[in-house]
Design a protein around this ligand. Structure first.
Ligand SMILES: [Zn+2]
Ligand SMILES: [Zn+2]
Length: 652
């Protein structure tokens, strides 16, 4: 006889609760389940998680709420609950007493797979999604590195959502009030508003040329009501007890009579020693105060900084540390963002200065302006609130570069909590690292860049988008060489898709037949069209987003379609297989329709031309289960490819 006893001293901390192994297959050979004694301490929540195992809780003592997906139920002693495979669950114990359970879990793969089959990826998409991208700073044009980060990937998501019948809105703008705009104006001898307007217009035109369709564009410098709206939100923030007015030493340039912050300060990060501007180190992602930089000097004149006391509003970020942890716990974040924020929280968040001594930005009187990042965060919340007032509640997905992590994953949430606008925060963060040019970062100041406008003019938006999505810096730094940047239309998917679509011209008179008899190969090809669609659907869930994976699969899809043609063309010439030949041809045209819908998020120009060539109305629609083109459809000659020039194509 094997016995075990509940023993709190033998428990370890795992899944954010106490656990003690009971009996499992490691104790009894062939035991088809495992079991643990578990205890969730009072006023804590166990880790939210999911697994392929089925699981059962048998409650011994205490009361707590068990959450499974959207369901929640309070359980007490003697109750038993079953948790299905892959369901996210957690235990929330709001009582003083610990919540003690026995958990029994087992793996039954057929049930786990059945759960997956019953919940295809697109069922997990919200009806309405707001896709936010950090507004670029209008102090210069966009290079390929900029586009490769959030902007094209976010557009890919918006298109994919729309093609599946979901409401999706793309929100970005220009970050006009950045100190970088004021610094550029000072160096160019012009005014910040002129820089913000001219450079901002150019940025908006570049995004449009890349087929990035923006539905809401926030441009503070050209919006006479911006300052009023943002000051109202700031009043809400300032009412928080975590905001105080304090006098602190600040870096200062006596020769320029400039308070040195952000773009105006230059030095080395005291933490990682990388060259850094004021307030944030791009290398390690940590915030700082400009005066803390090693060897801090004035960006304008190069003079070594001195300090002087300045009065300003300061926000104690630490006052919201618990709320921030809880918010990030239930949000979908990426590993790099999680590492940074957990480290910052463990180190203790520094206070954040909400007002700068500056004439540029939302004027707060007495020579002060709202800090540009606080301005940006409040602009985000203002836009998100207004979008949900106009169009109803929505799930927010935010695409962002790693260098923006602190501002979007710490400062933005804390300002939202302080202003009581927590409901308008992102539910999912989709981060990127950076695309490098050759072995180095893109650098505008050193001229080490390929400008987006030049690449778009040379190769067209489809080829540029495809290259940037294929090598998207997701979770890692990626590289593009200048040589490759000059030959973007030689991308293998770009070439293969054109060649395959071009081949339709040789298939016959462009009349789509109805299906006839099916071979096993036909049935499997049809199954493949539906399964590939589901696989690609899974790669555009904000929580599992992968542009790289998507392009890979799309390329393999085109290869499979070309293979299908190569083998079927021969079979279509066998006189006794006339009925099978009709199915074969109908499947080819169906594959073209599927391609148009699946490729639309990546190469919208090509996809729209193929869709139109097939006689289909509007923009491509991505069916969950593919229906054939009506028999008798005539695909207008010439075949799509003769019309395939790399001309600019915007979203209609
Ligand atoms: Zn100076
Ligand atoms: Zn650093």
């Amino acid at each position: 006889m094997i016995t075990r006893a509940f023993d709190r001293s033998a428990m370890s901390w795992s899944y954010e609760m106490h656990l003690q192994p009971m009996l499992s297959a490691s104790d009894i050979e062939g035991l088809p389940f495992g079991s643990v004694f578990g205890s969730v301490p009072g006023h804590t929540v166990s880790k939210r998680h999911a697994h392929q195992d089925g699981e059962m809780f048998i409650v011994l003592a205490g009361r707590a709420v068990v959450l499974l997906g959207d369901e929640e139920r309070e359980l007490g002693p003697g109750q038993v609950c079953y948790l299905s495979p892959f369901g996210f669950h957690e235990i929330r114990n709001d009582h003083d007493e610990p919540f003690d359970i026995v958990s029994v879990y087992w793996e039954h793969i057929p049930s786990a797979v059945a759960v997956l089959d019953k919940a295809p990826p697109r069922d997990q998409l919200a009806d309405r999604t707001l896709v936010f991208c950090p507004p670029p700073t209008p102090n210069g044009g966009l290079h390929l590195g900029h586009l490769a980060g959030p902007y094209v990937r976010a557009d890919m998501l918006v298109r994919a959502l729309r093609s599946m019948g979901r409401d999706a809105r793309y929100v970005t703008g220009t970050d006009d009030h950045q100190s970088y705009v004021a610094a550029a104006a000072r160096l160019r001898g012009t005014s910040p508003v002129d820089v913000a307007t001219a450079e901002g217009d150019a940025i908006v035109a570049t995004l449009r040329a890349a087929g990035v369709g923006v539905d809401r564009l926030t441009r503070p410098a050209g919006d006479p009501e911006h300052a009023g709206r943002i000051r109202k939100l700031l009043d809400l923030v300032a009412a928080s007890p975590a905001v105080t007015e304090e006098e602190r030493e600040t870096a200062y340039c006596p020769s320029c009579e400039l308070s040195l912050h952000q773009a105006f300060a230059r030095g080395a990060c005291a933490h990682c020693e990388a060259a850094s501007d004021g307030e944030i180190c791009e290398a390690c992602g940590r915030p700082n105060e400009a005066r803390e930089l090693t060897g801090v000097q004035c960006r304008i004149c190069g003079t070594a900084a001195v300090t002087r006391p300045e009065r300003a509003l300061w926000l104690d970020l630490n006052a919201y540390a618990d709320e921030l942890r809880e918010y990030l716990r239930v949000s979908s974040t990426s590993p790099d963002l999680q590492i940074l924020v957990e480290r910052l929280l463990d180190e203790g968040l520094p206070p954040y200065r909400l007002a700068r001594t500056s004439a540029w930005g939302v004027d707060l009187g007495e020579g002060r302006a709202l800090d540009a990042w606080a301005d940006l965060a409040l602009t985000f919340l203002d836009a998100a609130r207004s979008e949900s007032e106009d169009g109803g509640p929505a799930r927010i997905a935010l695409f962002l570069g790693y260098d923006n992590s602190f501002y979007y994953a710490v400062l933005l949430p804390v300002l939202a909590f302080a202003a009581g606008l927590g409901e308008h925060l992102p539910a999912a963060f989709v981060t990127n690292q950076f695309l490098h040019l050759g072995d180095e970062k893109f650098s505008t100041s050193r001229g080490h860049a390929v400008w987006a406008d030049d690449a778009l003019a040379a190769a067209g938006p489809d080829a540029v988008r495809l290259a940037l999505l294929r090598d998207a810096p997701e979770g890692r730094v990626t590289r593009i060489t200048e040589e490759r940047a000059g030959r973007l239309t030689e991308d293998p998917l770009y070439l293969a898709a054109h060649a395959w679509l071009d081949g339709f011209a040789a298939l016959g008179d462009g009349a789509v037949p109805g299906t006839g008899a099916w071979t096993d190969a036909h049935r499997e090809f049809y199954r493949y069209l539906n399964l590939t669609t589901r696989q690609l659907d899974g790669l555009v869930l904000p929580e599992a987003f992968s542009a790289r994976g998507y392009v890979d699969l799309l390329e393999s899809f085109v290869r499979r379609c070309a293979e299908f043609r190569a083998t079927e063309e021969v079979a279509r010439r066998v006189p006794s297989l006339a009925e099978e030949a009709r199915t074969s041809l109908a499947l080819e045209y169906l594959a073209a329709k599927v391609f148009a819908a699946l490729a639309w998020p990546v190469t919208p120009g090509l996809a729209e031309r193929a869709w139109e060539w097939l006689g289909l109305p509007g923009t491509p629609v991505r069916e969950a289960d593919w229906s054939f083109l009506p028999s008798g459809t005539r695909c207008t000659a010439p075949a799509p490819v003769s019309a395939l020039t790399p001309a600019a194509s915007g979203r209609s």
